[in-house]
Write a protein that binds this ligand. Structure first.
Ligand code: UDP
Ligand code: LCN
Length: 717
């Protein structure tokens, strides 16, 4: 039993630009509240007496277009809290939607990081990308997992598709919604606790997911840094930043309608400018200040953000709003609290008309400085306004409602004073980070008390698989077999190179795999991974991997799975010799069976946890959540301390996909089946022209695997 004394917490957040000082918030669509949330959470947790260390894992970025700060491998956030930047995928800065193919590389790199620095007690993934990667790490290492989505794919997809003439396929391509939603499902399935910011997220947003388990969800709202976001006092003076706004405004003393958000479609800034542009009364009583992050060269911004800014500029021109609207080019992070105070000093209002807003840290910041708010009637704003009573909710698609709410805040002075006061006191009462950390740690206590210690303690890692310095792991059927001549050459290669270890990863059962291995005249494998990544044995005596064996049965309920799948059409159980303890195998009648996604859904809805793997388009294996060649091969490498760069893996069909991903050297043989086509653009996966064992030999040559290994397709090195 582990209590939360002396905790090491690993937070993971992969996209955007994260640095401890002067975070560049609002710079683009990937640098929003999540970054602020994480930095403040890390600081607060690290200050807690129960916590030994907090590390925030993110991506190392080496790119002249961004600051060198993001290239540093480590950076201190506060005492006991640091950012660790893991190199993976392209060195350059890329948008979050382009990170998906590189997550397995992150996982492998992070395993090496853990080997050097020790395992954490808790892994906490943030947003879908780190959500999926963190879940995979947690499953592999058996460390309890916590997930926070920050915003959800299904909800964003729904909201963005509500307008007229929306091309949903285009949206799916742009935002990779399918991948994102699948990642969120996986994170939700793995999480022992989901930390959400509002009740509405639990009740209406997470509810859209198959793995909705409200009993595992905890509403713990974030806080706001109350030392920076203080109201105006007697000593307050107009900040120099005001100059930057005054350049735009004909009557700078007028009240200010302030909006501040990343230039992202979801933030709906165009609607705000339209409402202001069409309202004579709003233009009469107030200026509009739209802060959309900082831009150096507009033309170098990513397309999505450029579009938002272009539309805002177009609308300013269309409604001829010159002299009434300010849209400053840049600001430092220290300017942000001053900006709210400046708006409050002029009896202005903060507006957030986002199409959806899971939380909205800007609303806390405005509230804490005494600036009333008008915000979208959605998750965060609803809770914040219910607690603090510091403004009005609006429908972000209803122009006249937005106009009226803004007018009320700007013209009803008594109301303004009350909202301003309420915001200052309400944020202090309900939204402090220390409350957040106390509740969070109490909940972790609970989770840790009920979790067994991680199976793979660091001490095991010192051992090594014997006698070789590199390892080939290959699938049997149709990869190694199928062409006798090249198989002979493969065997010769093994004979001539004592330093090369030999591993088999197959969907077959151990007995049938061993029979085939001996028929083919192959040497006894050093490692044999059978039954679709559910059983691991080593060496001459087929020694069982006992730590793997102990953990594989987790949440495995084969009788129920069979019963539930019996009800579906087109699923025929394969013969008994293909079934095993941790694998239920079906042959599909592809004319009548449901799609694999529907089969997975049926299992989830029945409360059953399992992985479903399709091979050769017609064979389907159902295995435990902790099984599969992706996890089994990583388990082997982790346990034996083998560097993934010295391991070549080869396969031909769907059940090999998992092990081909990641930092090992992948080879897909020429005769591969359709399921593997999606791996074509992955780094470190070579598609050989030659078929069967000839393809493996081609891959060996490609990586110069028998000599000084080179990795030609690696985009990072
Ligand atoms: N922010 C900023 N400058 C900008 C836009 C936003 O500093 O131009 C900061 C803002 O102060 C807040 C965060 O970015 O701390 C935005 O968080 P919020 O939760 O409101 O929205 P998100 O961007 O996460 O959707
Ligand atoms: C993402 C959002 O969109 C905001 O609503 C949240 O405040 C932020 O993350 C932090 O959780």
């Amino acid at each position: 039993m582990k209590k939360t004394d002396d905790l090491k917490i690993t937070l993971i957040s992969l996209h955007g630009l994260i640095r401890a000082n002067e975070p560049e918030l609002g710079r683009d669509a990937d640098t929003g509240g999540q970054i602020k949330y994480l930095l403040e959470l890390a600081r607060e947790l690290a200050a807690h007496s129960h916590v030994r260390e907090v590390e925030l894992l993110t991506r190392q970025i080496i790119d002249p277009r961004v600051s060198d700060d993001y290239a540093q491998l480590e950076e201190e956030i506060a005492e006991n809290a640091r950012i660790v930047r893991i190199p993976f995928g392209p060195k350059r800065y890329v948008r979050k939607e382009s990170l998906w193919p590189y997550l397995e590389l992150f996982i492998d790199q992070t395993l090496q990081h853990f080997r050097r620095t020790g395992l954490p007690d808790i892994i906490h993934g943030h947003y879908a990308d780190a959500g999926a990667a963190g879940a995979q790490l947690a499953r592999l290492l058996h460390i309890p997992y916590v997930f926070t989505s920050h915003s959800l794919g299904r909800v964003k997809r729904q909201r963005l598709s509500m307008g007229d003439n929306v091309d949903i396929d285009k949206l799916d391509r742009k935002y990779h919604f399918r991948t994102r939603i699948e990642a969120e499902e996986f994170a939700l399935e793995t999480a022992a606790m989901v930390v959400t910011s509002t009740n509405q997220e639990v009740e209406e947003q997470y509810q859209l997911y198959d793995h909705y388990q409200p009993e595992r969800m905890e509403v713990i709202p974030p806080g706001v840094d109350l030392t920076s976001f203080m109201p105006i006092d007697d000593k307050w003076q107009t900040p120099s930043y005001a100059e930057k706004l005054n350049r735009f405004l004909r009557e700078p003393d007028k009240p200010m309608i302030l909006a501040m958000a990343r230039p992202d479609e979801r933030k709906n800034l165009e609607t705000l400018v339209t409402v202001y542009g069409e309202s004579e009364q709003l233009q009469e009583v107030a200026n509009l200040v739209v802060v959309m992050g900082a831009r150096e060269d507009y033309r170098e911004m990513p397309k999505g953000q450029r579009m938002v800014i272009k539309n805002v500029l177009y609308l300013i021109d269309k409604y001829d709003l010159y002299g009434k609207v300010a849209y400053p080019k840049s600001h430092a992070s220290a300017d942000v609290p001053e900006l709210y105070r400046l708006a409050a000093s002029k009896k202005g209002v903060f507006v957030n008309p986002a199409l959806t807003e899971p939380f909205g840290l800007t609303l806390l910041e405005a509230g804490a400085t005494g600036l009333p708010i008008v915000a979208t009637n959605d998750g965060g704003p609803r809770d914040i306004i219910a607690n603090c009573k510091n403004g009005l909710l609006i429908d972000p698609l209803n122009h006249s409602e937005i106009e009226q709410a803004l007018m009320r805040a700007l013209t009803d002075h008594e109301q303004w004073e009350e909202w301003s006061k309420n915001g200052i006191s309400g944020t202090r009462e309900y939204y402090s980070w220390s409350n957040h950390a106390n509740r969070y740690l109490r909940d972790l206590d609970d989770i840790l008390e009920h979790s067994p210690p991680p199976v793979l303690k660091k001490t095991i890692a010192k051992r090594r698989l014997p006698d070789f310095d590199r390892l080939i792991i290959t699938d049997l059927d149709n990869t190694l077999t199928g062409d006798d001549e090249s198989l002979e050459r493969f065997k010769e290669m093994l004979n001539e190179n004592d330093n090369v270890g030999f591993g088999i990863a197959t969907g077959r059962r151990l007995d049938s795999a061993m029979e085939l291995i001996s028929q083919l005249g192959l040497p006894q494998p050093d490692l044999i991974d059978t039954d679709c990544g559910t059983k691991l044995h080593y060496g001459e005596n087929l020694t069982v991997d006992s730590s793997w064996r102990k953990s594989i049965g987790y949440a495995w309920n084969p009788d129920e799975i069979r019963k539930v799948l019996e009800t579906l059409p087109g699923l025929n159980l394969q013969s008994e010799e293909n079934q095993s303890e941790y694998k239920i195998s079906y042959e599909l009648d592809t004319r009548t069976c449901p799609k694999v996604t529907a089969i997975k859904k049926t299992l989830r809805e029945a409360g059953l946890r399992a992985k479903v793997v399709l091979s050769l388009g017609m064979y389907m294996d159902v295995i435990p959540v902790r099984g599969g060649s992706d996890l089994s091969i990583r388990h082997v490498l982790w346990k034996w301390g083998f560097s993934s760069e010295r391991v070549l893996v080869s396969g031909d069909s769907g059940n090999d996909a998992g092990m081909l991903l990641g930092r090992t050297l992948g080879v897909v043989v020429g005769n591969h089946s359709r399921e593997l086509r999606r791996l074509r653009n992955r780094p470190r996966i070579y598609f050989a022209k030659a078929e069967h064992a000839g393809g493996i030999l081609e891959g060996i040559e490609y990586y110069n695997f028998l000599d000084n290994i080179i990795i030609p397709n690696d985009k990072n090195e």
